[in-house]
Design a protein around this ligand. Structure first.
Ligand code: GTP
Ligand code: MG
Length: 342
């Protein structure tokens, strides 16, 4: 049988690794940029409170999970103090009211309420920073999965770097826009985490499977258990595999491309980061159209469901081509990008 990869010389691996690391330092926001996001949030909160007393705004998504870019959107969740939940009807009305209110804010433009989506939102554009953002209501599970992703990012720096590369890769190859039938950033991040859990030896544990005692603790949110192990200081004691994997980022990146083109069976396997044992589409009773990606908390949510046929073909070809012939060229592509950036 032919090995589809060209022989990897130590030199090639070294360059690939450098480019991967560089990709991260080129795109990661610094403390100043993170501070600006917090300031925008505070300003919006005090503005919204004029109309909605008791409104609380909170950032989630990539502004908080450790995989944010300088230009990533501001994902904001709003709740009203003293109100635990809200039904869909009230949600839509508040979204409409919020949109009317935000239109009066001098620092914002392009206010657009979207009330037909699964999660109703108001979109906006922040003029001074050029950042886009959206506000959703009672998006509580998203706050928890943001915390979960942030915990994985904090375990090992390679996690952060690989998730970055994956997002840059998806955006550059135009396979990363959920509104056009591709997968979302969130879905790609789950794919990277799944790969790192399945690697041998694994780079990260399954945090939802680590607990003291016999039974898994239950923390219910919207009917789903959002428990995961978050006491990372004591992780080495709870996870015997800690520190066993010593591969470089470059090796792992090539490993990831190979994993999704050679090992992972898109018809049978499920990308599932909540358990180590392989889950199949048969177990889930999800007839997979193209790829099944299970949300770590909302187990009825398949993030691959919106993928169009065309996107799936693009996705597969992009992975495959990069994995085989172009793996060397791809490296130069990143270097090129790096020089353009400087
Ligand atoms: P970038 O904005 O591209 O940097 O990445 P992001 O991680 O912020 O992703 P995105 O803005 O697409 O999603 C924001 C957050 O919404 C995610 O981090 C999740 O916490 C949450 N989320 C939950 N379910 C979904 C889903 O089905 N699609 C998307 N897009 N987001 C979801
Ligand atoms: Mg975002």
């Amino acid at each position: 049988e032919l090995d589809p990869l060209p022989p990897l010389t130590p030199d090639f691996l070294r360059v690939l690794n450098r480019v991967c690391e560089q990709c991260y330092s080129d795109f990661a926001p610094d403390d100043l940029e993170n501070g600006v996001r917090e300031l925008i949030l505070q300003d919006l909160e005090s503005f919204v409170r004029r109309q909605f007393a008791g409104a609380r705004l909170q950032l989630f998504g990539s502004s908080k999970n450790g995989f944010g870019f300088r230009q990533s959107d501001l994902d904001i969740c709003m709740v009203l103090e003293g109100k635990e939940t809200m039904d869909d009807f009230d949600c839509i009305n508040i979204i409409k009211g919020l949109a009317r209110q935000l239109k009066k804010h001098p620092g914002l433009k392009n206010i657009l309420p979207i009330t037909t989506a699964k999660v109703p939102i108001v979109k906006f554009y922040h003029i001074r920073t050029g950042l886009e953002g959206d506000i959703s209501l009672y998006n509580t599970l998203a706050l928890h999965n943001t915390r979960l992703l942030a915990s994985y990012a904090a375990i090992d720096r390679r996690v952060k770097i690989l998730c970055y590369i994956m997002k840059v890769f998806a955006k550059m190859c135009d396979i990363g826009d959920a509104s056009r039938g591709s997968l979302s950033s969130y879905a790609y991040t789950l794919m990277v985490l799944f790969f790192l859990q399945q690697r041998n030896p694994p780079v990260i544990p399954v945090l939802q499977e680590i607990y003291d005692g016999k039974t898994k603790p239950e923390v219910l949110v919207d009917g789903w258990n959002v428990y995961f192990f978050d006491d990372l200081k004591t992780l080495p004691r709870h996870w015997p595999q800690y520190g066993k994997n010593t591969e470089t980022v470059g090796e792992l990146w090539l490993g990831l491309l190979r994993f999704y083109t050679e090992d992972f069976d898109f018809r049978e396997h499920v990308v599932c980061i909540r358990q180590h044992a392989r889950l199949t589409t048969f177990n889930k009773q999800w007839t997979s159209k193209y790829i099944v990606i299970e949300d770590p908390f909302d187990l009825n949510h398949n993030l691959g469901a919106g993928l169009s046929r065309r996107s799936m073909i693009n996705f597969y070809v992009t992975f495959f081509v990069n994995c085989t012939l172009l793996s060397q060229f791809f490296c130069f592509f990143f270097m090129f990008l790096h020089f353009c950036h400087q």
